[in-house]
Design a protein around this ligand. Structure first.
Ligand SMILES: [Fe+2]
Length: 146
């Protein structure tokens, strides 16, 4: 489930799938329309705290068609996204967030949602770091996640 959602999470950026212009929602709608399981569509719809941005864009009702579940899989998907740069390079969540804000600009929905979204991203990173730590895997982002 995690691997499938990771491959598919940004599919809504594909120009041919653009509907609302909000890629998590457009991607989830597309996947649902071609028969992907709702659980995968929900993960795509909500990756990386999309619900906070949807609120700014006034798309929260539409996004609400895809229930959000805060769990080990949604945390792992979000943290995988938030520790990977635009070209697949490893990044710390702090760097990735800074990069996202620069790319989207100060007036963007991402920037406007940032005060609500950032604590969620940091908390997800802390939970993932803790889970990995409990099985003996130490992450670079553990120190900055808390
Ligand atoms: Fe995305």
């Amino acid at each position: 489930m995690l691997v499938a959602a990771a491959w598919l999470h940004d599919i809504g950026y594909a120009p041919g799938l653009r509907d609302t212009g909000f890629h998590p929602l457009d991607g989830a709608r597309h996947l649902r329309g071609i028969g992907w399981p709702l659980a995968i569509c929900n993960l795509v719809a909500h990756h990386s705290g999309a619900r906070f941005v949807a609120r700014v864009l006034k798309l929260d009702r539409e996004l609400g068609a895809y229930p959000f579940s805060q769990d080990v899989v949604s945390d792992a998907l979000t943290v995988a996204d938030q520790t990977t740069g635009m070209h697949g390079e490893a990044m710390l969540p702090e760097e990735r967030i800074r990069d996202m804000l620069e790319r989207h600009g100060p007036d963007s929905a991402n920037a406007l949602a940032h005060p609500q979204r950032e604590p969620y991203l940091r908390a997800a990173a802390a939970r993932v770091a803790q889970r990995l730590h409990s099985i003996g895997v130490h992450t670079e982002f553990a120190a900055v996640a808390a």
